[in-house]
Design a protein around this ligand. Structure first.
Ligand SMILES: [Zn+2]
Ligand SMILES: [Zn+2]
Length: 338
């Protein structure tokens, strides 16, 4: 079985390994699409904290069921196209008991904590398969990054008519924007990159696209008749942006950190208290969020073709990867086609 392993930072290597076997309650998936994301780039560059090598990357996955445990099929059959929920949870910890497997104490993510999708097949619990039901392999592969946006929107308990500011118009921020718009929110977006702002306006109906660093306070106030956005999503993972986010939110509003940082975020307490801000972290996604993303793609509320910037054949992956890392801000989503 062909496998591409990240042996150490900067080194992807093609290896021949014994075929994967499936265990009880699992299905064997022939991997067909692998989305490449920031986590993979960080792992390749050697700046993903707590990452161990060697590791098979890839957590944004779609494929075809090749074999399945007959006792735990869950309505799935051999030959079905599926997306994979890549977050393996323990089912017993305090978070799992509360129905929050996305922040399980013992969470293992394919391609991060255990080997992921850059291999011919992957054994996956049948509980972690989402039937494509008419979605293409490409569309099924982007459900994972879009579900991160769906989760953030659900965390914020967004209501129709609210003004949502999304800071950061990368692949995750775009998902937040589209799913917040689907919920009936008015969307404002801030990004430091003019091309990304331009793309954001094509991607989703936005009320305004504001350049970061341009002191957008006056514009945010006037665009909201002095009320300010009632929800601010930060999808940058940048600590300066994350601390600044609190100064953009309405009194009584919510700030949701979608992007994550390894550094400490400092928040001005007078602002935080004066506005009685509710601060929320949003981590990964659940099956419910996959279902929300699935519905949005199915009903064409997500421009999935626009989201996929390019496709690279599996055979070119190793040679193409360094250029993908270098050009990551120019792409929304690159898919590896197997
Ligand atoms: Zn990802
Ligand atoms: Zn758990």
């Amino acid at each position: 079985m062909q496998t591409i392993v990240c042996r150490q930072p900067g080194e992807l290597r093609r290896l021949e390994r014994d075929p994967n076997q499936m265990g009880p309650g699992q299905a064997l998936i022939r991997i067909r699409r692998i989305g490449v994301c920031g986590t993979d780039f960080h792992a390749f560059q050697g700046n993903q904290p707590y990452f161990t090598y060697p590791r098979v990357l890839g957590h944004e996955l779609s494929g075809v069921i090749e074999a399945i445990d007959p006792d735990l099929r869950r309505g799935l059959q051999i030959g079905d196209v599926v997306a994979i929920v890549p977050y393996l949870h323990c089912g017993q910890c305090v978070a799992c008991r509360q129905g929050k497997p996305n922040c399980c104490v013992h969470l293992e993510v394919f391609g991060v904590h255990c080997d992921g999708g850059m291999q011919e097949t992957l054994a996956v619990p049948t509980t972690h398969l989402v039937k494509a039901e008419g979605l293409s392999l490409d569309q099924a592969a982007i459900l994972e990054p879009l579900s991160i946006g769906a989760h953030a929107v659900r965390r914020a308990a967004l209501k129709p008519g609210e003004v949502a500011l999304v800071i950061g118009a990368g692949p995750i921020g775009l998902g937040v924007m589209a799913l917040a718009h689907q919920r009936g929110a008015k969307i404002l977006v801030i990004d430091g990159d003019a091309d990304r702002l331009r793309f954001a306006q094509i991607w989703c109906p936005v009320e305004a696209a504001l350049p970061a660093g341009d002191h957008p306070e006056d514009q945010l106030a006037s665009l909201t008749q002095g009320d300010w956005p009632s929800v601010v999503f930060d999808a940058t993972g940048n600590v300066q942006s994350m601390s600044q986010a609190v100064s953009y939110v309405a009194h009584g509003g919510r700030v949701v950190y979608v992007g994550l940082s390894q550094d400490t975020v400092c928040i001005a307490d007078p602002l935080f208290h004066q506005r009685e801000v509710t601060l929320l972290a949003s981590r990964n996604a659940t099956r419910e969020d996959f279902a929300t993303a699935h519905q949005a793609v199915r009903e064409r509320q997500i421009a999935s073709d626009a989201y996929i910037s390019q496709k690279i054949p599996w055979d070119d992956l190793i040679e193409a990867f360094p250029a993908l890392v270098a050009g990551q801000r120019q792409q929304v989503k690159t898919l590896i086609e197997v």
